[in-house]
Design a binder for this molecule. Structure first.
Ligand code: 5RP
Length: 223
């Protein structure tokens, strides 16, 4: 099976975690796009979704799935999202699709985070994937210097020759060269640097379940 087929497999498998009659939290990315396609088959059984990006919102609405503002919903039973990396404890690196801030917000309002990923995303130490960090633009240089002190090389993410602007109007730094051995401590430390909106380490909002697409089928990891 190729990577696209593995993504479709876990997108379909995630339907078993969707609670009928409720609102489901929906992440962002190519794996989640497969989940959204599968969710259309259940659209008459759910109230709707809280979405983590403008891109997912557009896809959900195009399929006739109502999208609620996160402020309208006190708690979600489940949040389904992909990851750029996940370790054996359910800690993740996310933000490859620049949606990390809203993803962390929706994850925080959800009881269970179900990560859907192909097996290439499972790692022993986070950091080989360049770590996305959403920042207030005027703080980029200072935060870049702070990462350099940790051995990381940060670069502003570009799109069409200009800094990419997130759904929240901010910029993304992608940081290479990190080896994140203690994701909980790392997330806590970087989150309090002035100008950091969201760091793409999801350790406090970790996954409780990972549906991993492998050539032998879907493996369920629980953390
Ligand atoms: C978007 C994300 C995605 O979940 C992550 O980048 C994985 O994406 P994909 O399913 O396309 O590999 O964090 O901000």
């Amino acid at each position: 099976m190729n990577q696209d087929e593995l993504k479709a497999l876990v997108g379909q498998a995630a339907l078993q975690y969707v609670v009928p009659g409720q609102i489901v939290g929906v992440g962002t990315g190519s794996t989640v796009n497969k989940f959204i396609e599968a969710l259309a088959s259940m659209k008459n059984q759910i109230k709707g979704a809280v979405s983590s990006s403008e891109a997912s919102t557009a896809r959900l609405k195009a399929l006739g799935i109502p999208v609620f503002d996160s402020n309208e919903v006190a708690e979600l039973a489940v949040y389904i999202d992909g990851a750029d990396e996940i370790n054996g404890q359910g800690h993740m690196v996310k933000g490859g699709g620049a949606a990390l801030t809203r993803e962390k917000i929706v994850a925080a309002q959800s009881k269970v985070f179900v990560c859907i990923a192909d097996e290439s995303k499972l790692v022993s130490v986070l950091g080989a994937f360049p770590l996305p960090v959403e920042v207030i633009p005027m703080s980029s240089a200072r935060i870049t210097a702070q990462f350099a002190n940790m051995g990381g090389q940060a670069h502003v993410r570009m799109k069409d020759g200009n800094p990419l602007v997130t759904d929240n109007g901010q910029h993304i730094l992608d940081v290479n060269g990190l080896h994140i051995h203690d994701p909980v401590a790392f997330e806590a430390e970087v989150s309090q640097w002035p100008g950091v909106v969201t760091v793409g380490v999801f350790a406090h909002q970790k996954a409780q379940v990972c549906l991993l697409g492998t050539s032998e089928g879907v493996k369920t990891l629980k953390f």
